[in-house]
Design a protein around this ligand. Structure first.
Ligand SMILES: [Mn+2]
Length: 317
C-alpha cells in the first residue's frame, strides 16, 4: 500500500492529566514547531482537530489519591472517543499526538465504539505495561492504567486495601465509557520495547500469556520478522489494529531522555522507523498515536527531533 494515499486526520490532544511529571502537553506543540522548522506542510495541509483538555485541574489537588484527576479525565476520554469515532466514520485514519499515555484509552474507546462487534488488537510500543489499576498503582497516576481501563482489569489479587468507595465508583465509570466493557482482550495485546514493569503487571502478562517483544529481540530478528509474527500468529484473529507509540520505548541514553519516565536499553530510531513502517503498511491498522514527548525534560529537544525523523520516514513526508 502506498502510504501517501491514506486519508489522514491529525488529532492534537494536549491533555497531561494522567502524567506524574508536568510538561508532556508541550510535546504536541513541539512537534508542530519542528514541522515548521523543516517546512513540512503535511502538518498544515492535513485536516486536523483538537481535543478539549482539562489541564486547568492541575492547579488543584486531585480528589482521588489512587486515580488522580479521574473526573476530568472521563470528559477528556469521552471527547477523544467521540472524535476518533467520527474520523473513522468519515473513512479516514486518525494520527493522534497526545500529552500523556493515559489518553490512549480514549482512542481505544473510539475504535471500539466504531468497530463494536469486531476484535481490536493493540500494539503497545512502550517501556511500560500500563496495566495498573487504582488497587495496585504505586503512584495513582492514570497514565499507568490505560490498558487496565480498556481490559476492565482490577487485578484485585494485589489489592493494597485503601481504595475508598468514591474511587471505586469513578474507576468503574472510567472503565464503562461508551457503555462497552471490556473493550479489548488480554490476548489481543502485544508489547514492543517493554522493560520497566512491576510485579502486579508481570503477573497479568504471565497469566494471560501476553506477547512481549523486547528491544533485544527487535535488534536480533529485525522489524519485518517480528511484525510478520504479530500479523500471522499473535493478532491474526483481530479485525482492526491500534498502534500506541510511547516515546519512552526509545533508549533514554542513546536517543533521548525527553519523556516523563525515561528508561535505558530501549529501541533505537531506525528500529522504531522499521517497526512503525511495517505496521502502517498493514491494512488492518486503523489508528496511530504518538505520546509522552516532554520537551521540559529534554536536552536540545532531542526527543522531538528523533520522533520527527521517524514520522518523516513512516509517513513519507
Ligand atoms: Mn511508558
Amino acid at each position: 500500500m502506498n502510504l501517501i494515499n491514506k486519508n489522514y486526520t491529525l488529532v492534537f490532544n494536549k491533555s497531561e492529566l494522567g502524567a506524574g511529571t508536568r510538561g508532556s502537553s508541550l510535546g504536541v506543540d513541539s512537534i508542530l514547531i519542528e514541522a515548521s522548522k523543516r517546512m513540512k506542510t503535511f502538518f498544515l495541509k492535513t485536516p486536523s482537530i483538537k481535543i478539549d483538555t482539562k489541564n486547568e485541574f492541575l492547579f488543584k489537588k486531585s480528589k482521588f489519591k489512587w486515580a488522580k484527576y479521574a473526573t476530568p479525565l472521563i470528559s477528556v476520554y469521552s471527547d477523544i472517543s467521540k472524535k476518533v469515532y467520527s474520523i473513522l466514520n468519515n473513512n479516514r485514519f486518525p494520527i493522534i499526538f497526545s500529552g500523556d499515555h493515559s489518553n490512549a484509552y480514549g482512542s481505544i474507546c473510539g475504535l471500539k465504539k466504531f468497530f463494536v462487534k469486531e476484535e481490536i488488537g493493540v500494539i503497545w510500543i512502550d517501556a511500560h505495561a500500563d496495566l495498573h489499576s487504582p488497587y495496585t498503582t504505586p503512584s495513582g497516576n492514570i497514565h499507568g492504567m490505560p490498558l487496565a481501563m480498556a481490559l476492565n482489569e482490577d487485578n484485585l489479587k494485589f489489592e493494597i486495601g485503601d481504595v475508598d468507595k468514591k474511587t471505586v465508583t469513578v474507576w468503574n465509570k472510567l472503565k464503562n465509557i461508551d457503555n462497552i466493557s471490556p473493550k479489548i482482550k488480554h490476548s489481543n495485546i502485544v508489547y514492543i520495547g517493554l522493560r520497566d514493569t512491576e510485579k502486579e503487571e508481570d503477573y497479568l502478562i504471565k497469566k494471560h500469556k501476553i506477547k512481549v517483544f523486547k528491544s533485544s529481540k527487535v535488534r536480533r530478528d529485525g522489524a519485518k520478522k517480528i511484525i510478520n509474527e504479530i500479523k500471522n500468529k499473535v493478532l491474526n484473529n483481530c479485525n482492526h489494529i491500534y498502534i500506541s507509540f510511547d516515546v519512552d520505548s526509545l533508549d533514554s541514553e542513546k536517543v533521548s531522555s525527553g519523556t516523563g519516565t525515561p528508561i535505558k536499553n530501549g529501541l533505537l530510531i531506525d528500529e522504531c522507523k522499521n517497526i512503525l513502517k511495517e505496521l502502517l503498511d498493514w491494512n488492518k491498522t486503523k489508528c496511530l498515536e504518538i505520546t509522552e514527548i516532554n520537551p521540559l525534560l529534554d536536552k536540545k529537544n532531542k526527543m522531538t527531533k528523533s520522533v520527527f525523523d521517524i514520522l518523516e520516514y513512516i509517513l513519507n513526508i
